[in-house]
Ligand binder design. Sequence first.
Ligand SMILES: Nc1ncnc2c1ncn2[C@@H]1O[C@H](COP(=O)(O)OP(=O)(O)OP(=O)(O)O)[C@@H](O)[C@H]1O
Ligand SMILES: [Mg+2]
Length: 127
Amino acid sequence: MGVGILVEDLNAWYGSTHTLQDINLHIPANHATALIGPSGCGKSTFVRCLNRMHETNPIARATGVVKMGEVDIYRDASPVEIRRRVGMVFQRPNPFPTMSIYDNVVTASSSTASATAASSTRPSSAH
Ligand SMILES: Nc1ncnc2c1ncn2[C@@H]1O[C@H](COP(=O)(O)OP(=O)(O)OP(=O)(O)O)[C@@H](O)[C@H]1O
Ligand SMILES: [Mg+2]
């Protein structure tokens, strides 16, 4: 079962350039939603704000609220937790250049499986 996404007053910048201005949007659960617009209007920037990839750019910042179901992704969860849950297919392929395509694909899924196994075997009292 999927969860809906609620975006409230989302603003995003690259340096002093105000790229996304006051975005308010409800994306319903279990539906396909498409963002359509001219090149450079901010579609990719918006999508990167939904999984906290925007903030990986040192000149970029964002304000506002993005809720995935009940989870406020900028306040209630770490970026790693959000990026693990919210997948993204990049506009341009960007595999690790020193690895084969096969290794690029299996490394991601095996490291996710290891992290899941490690967290499920960790005692609940561990710090
Ligand atoms: N890393 C960046 N640094 C500075 N400005 C950026 C960066 N990435 C995007 N921009 C600028 O932000 C604006 C929105 O770009 P974005 O890539 O989000 O648009 P888009 O709608 O996805 O375009 P396209 O349809 O070409 O993929 C553009 O003016 C772009 O030049
Ligand atoms: Mg784009």
